[in-house]
Design a protein around this ligand. Structure first.
Ligand code: SF4
Length: 70
């Protein structure tokens, strides 16, 4: 599963890190980043994190997280 983030849409609500703290992080303004690579805008998600990432994807109020199946 490929997870993409769209920081331009992010409203810094903080929900995604609650649901998937291993995957999502924030910059100093609270805008979403990927934990493993702060300069990346997409990441392949391991099987054991997919459920958490899907929850974050569904909860994001502005669709700043996108999911693409392999
Ligand atoms: S849930 Fe969406 S809007 Fe909220 S911090 Fe995460 S990416 Fe940004």
């Amino acid at each position: 599963m490929l997870c993409k983030i769209i920081p331009d849409k992010c409203i810094a609500c903080g929900l995604c890190q609650i649901y998937a703290p291993e995957i999502f992080d924030y910059d100093d303004d609270g805008i979403v980043l990927l934990t493993h690579d702060h300069s990346a805008q997409q990441e392949w998600i391991s099987d054991d994190e997919q459920r958490n990432v899907l929850t974050a994807y569904r909860k994001c109020p502005v669709r700043a997280i996108e999911i693409a199946e392999k």
